[in-house]
Design a binder for this molecule. Structure first.
Ligand SMILES: [Zn+2]
Length: 182
C-alpha cells in the first residue's frame, strides 16, 4: 500500500524535526486514509528526548479533537531521528500502542532529510511506499500556479509533442522511389 503526501506537509514535518534538534520531534499525521493532508506537531515530553518521544496525553487529545472537527482521519504518528537512520528503534517498535496507525520517521542523519513510512504490527515491521504529491500542494496552500509555472507546463507539453513527432518521423519507412514518367 502506498500513501501520498503533499510536498508542503513533508516540508512541515522536516521543519519541525530541524527545529527540535538535538531532541526528537513528534506529532500526528492525518488525512483521508490514503493521503497525509496534515501534520500536527506535539510537544515531546519523554524523559530522554534525544533518543525517544512521548506525547502529553491532554495535548494529544486536543489535537485529535481538532482533527475530528476538520473531518480528518487520524492516520498515524511522526517522529524524528536527529542523528540516526529513518528505521524504527527497538523502543519505537515496543512503544507502539496502536498497530493500526502508520509510523512516519524523518531522519536528519544526512544533509538531505529522509522520510520513511512504516507499519509496525504486533509481529512485523513493514516499510510502506510514500509518494510525494506536488499537484496536491497547490490545493492545500491555496496558491494558484504562477504565470511562470503555467508557461513552463505549456512549454513542456509543446516540446513533448514535437519530440513525439520527430521520433515518429524517424520511424517511418523511407519513401518509395518514383519512377520517371515515360
Ligand atoms: Zn524513533
Amino acid at each position: 500500500m502506498a500513501i501520498r503526501i503533499p510536498h508542503g506537509v513533508a516540508r512541515a514535518i522536516v521543519d519541525d524535526a530541524r527545529a527540535q534538534v538535538p531532541n526528537e520531534a513528534c506529532g500526528l499525521i492525518a488525512g483521508d486514509g490514503k493521503t497525509i493532508q496534515s501534520a500536527i506537531p506535539l510537544s515531546n515530553v519523554a524523559s530522554s528526548k534525544r533518543s525517544s518521544f512521548s506525547f502529553a496525553p491532554n495535548e494529544q487529545l486536543g489535537a485529535l479533537k481538532r482533527l475530528d472537527a476538520k473531518n480528518l482521519v487520524w492516520m498515524g504518528v511522526y517522529h524524528s531521528h536527529p542523528d540516526s537512520a529513518a528505521i524504527p528503534s527497538m523502543a519505537d517498535v515496543e512503544g507502539v500502542g496502536d498497530h493500526g496507525l502508520l509510523q512516519l520517521i524523518v531522519s536528519l542523519k544526512n544533509s538531505k532529510p529522509e522520510l520513511q513510512l512504516w507499519r509496525i504490527g504486533a509481529s512485523s515491521v513493514t516499510p510502506l511506499e510514500l509518494i510525494y504529491d506536488t499537484q496536491l500542494d497547490a490545493g492545500f496552500d491555496g496558491t494558484p500556479l504562477s504565470q511562470l509555472q503555467r508557461a513552463a507546463i505549456v512549454a513542456a507539453a509543446i516540446i513533448s509533442v514535437i519530440l513525439m513527432l520527430a521520433i515518429s518521423f524517424t520511424l517511418l519507412p523511407p519513401a518509395p522511389e518514383i519512377s520517371p514518367l515515360p
